[in-house]
Design a protein around this ligand. Structure first.
Ligand code: SF4
Length: 354
């Protein structure tokens, strides 16, 4: 066991295993129409100081997974099975006071829309100072100084003056920076960023991504970065997990997954991405069909109703009958053989990607 000293000055115990370990996670919501299987047997690890990009369409379970890590689900309607270990501590069975102690301190979240995370009634400085005071027993003055320091770190000009402003007095990019300052004020070990740049224009998006990378270097946080944008993944993530219908269908290092993707769904995502060199008047190639209903997901491989490769799998109807599993390391959950995946990618997919 080693220890690290957080910016707050308090030594925090650091385990020797992964920072975050999710094992066989199932999250079900009870609704009037039936049970929604939002996360369906998910396992992954995140090491300290690394960024895991989670990519997938809406409804793939990316955001539910991360809200579950934070304990931000409604226990009245939600059933959770499996393990979520944060630095060795089990979160699925943790009580609310313990989760409250962890949130904002050991684990923090950056949301897509800062206006939903920042209160319009309080100054930006006060909202950044409060979690610092709460988790570190700091005085108002210390909290305020820390808020000013954090606003400076995230690149807000004249931070001492701007700390007195309200969120509506900030531009969209500045609000996003303020939310990052609020998330990092207690130097969390784990930062969850849920589509943090989707609502921003491309220039501000690039600035925010650079800022997150710089701050990660400085604070050494592990980051889970949720996005539907593979371009952002290429820029930000060390490792990638592709999710579909509540489970992981492919994972590996960013280089492996983007250079030699193995799963038909990942091929579809790559095809549907706009490219700088593509014909401006040309059409994108979306994945046919739509994501499945999680009330009644398809049998076998969840992707089979949209997949054009199932006829190539040995064993007629296997994709409809048998759910493919995902091996622990570099892997894709698909019945095609490793040779088939490699050949299809090189001969059929790569030439179309250019
Ligand atoms: Fe397609 Fe079958 Fe592979 Fe699923 S298991 S992705 S349906 S080929």
């Amino acid at each position: 066991m080693t220890t690290s000293t957080k910016a707050s000055g308090a030594p925090a115990p650091v385990g020797t295993g992964p920072l975050l370990s999710v094992r066989d996670l199932y999250v079900n919501f009870r609704t009037e129409d039936g049970v929604v299987r939002a996360v369906d047997g998910l396992s992954f690890d995140l090491e300290r100081g690394r960024t895991l990009g989670i990519v997938g369409e809406s409804g793939s379970g990316k955001s539910v997974t991360n809200l579950t890590i934070l304990g931000l689900h409604n226990p009245m309607f939600t059933t959770i099975e499996g393990e979520i270990l944060l630095d060795g501590q089990e979160l699925t069975t943790a009580r609310e006071p313990e989760l409250e102690r962890l949130r904002g301190n050991k684990v923090a979240m950056i949301f897509q829309d800062p206006l939903t995370a920042l209160s319009p009634y309080y100054t930006v400085g006060r909202q950044i100072a409060e979690p610092y005071m709460k988790h570190n027993g700091a005085s108002k003055k210390e909290g305020w100084e820390r808020a000013v320091e954090m606003l400076g770190k995230v690149g807000i000009p004249h931070p001492r003056e701007r700390a007195r402003d309200y969120p509506h007095q900030f531009s969209g990019g500045m609000r996003q920076r303020a939310m990052i300052a609020m998330a990092l004020v207690c130097n969390p070990d784990l930062l969850i960023a849920d589509e943090p740049t989707t609502a921003l224009d491309v220039t501000v998006q690039a600035q925010i991504l650079d800022l997150l990378k710089d701050l990660q270097q400085e604070f050494g946080s592990g980051i889970v970065f949720i996005t539907h944008d593979l371009g952002v993944i290429a820029d930000m993530a060390d490792d990638v997990m592709v999710m579909y219908a509540g489970s992981a269908v492919e994972r590996g290092t960013t280089d492996e997954v983007l250079r030699a993707p193995q799963h038909p769904y990942t091929w579809g995502l790559l095809h549907s991405m706009p490219r700088l060199d593509s014909d401006p008047g040309g059409l994108l190639s979306p994945i046919p069909g739509s994501p499945p209903s999680l009330l009644n997901p398809p049998s076998g491989c969840r992707f089979h109703p949209r997949c054009g490769y199932q006829e190539r799998v040995e064993g007629r109807g296997r994709c409809v009958r048998e759910r493919p599993s995902l091996a622990p390391d570099r892997a894709s959950a698909c019945h095609l053989t490793a040779d088939q995946k490699r050949t299809i990618f090189i001969e059929e997919i790569k030439p179309r990607l250019g």
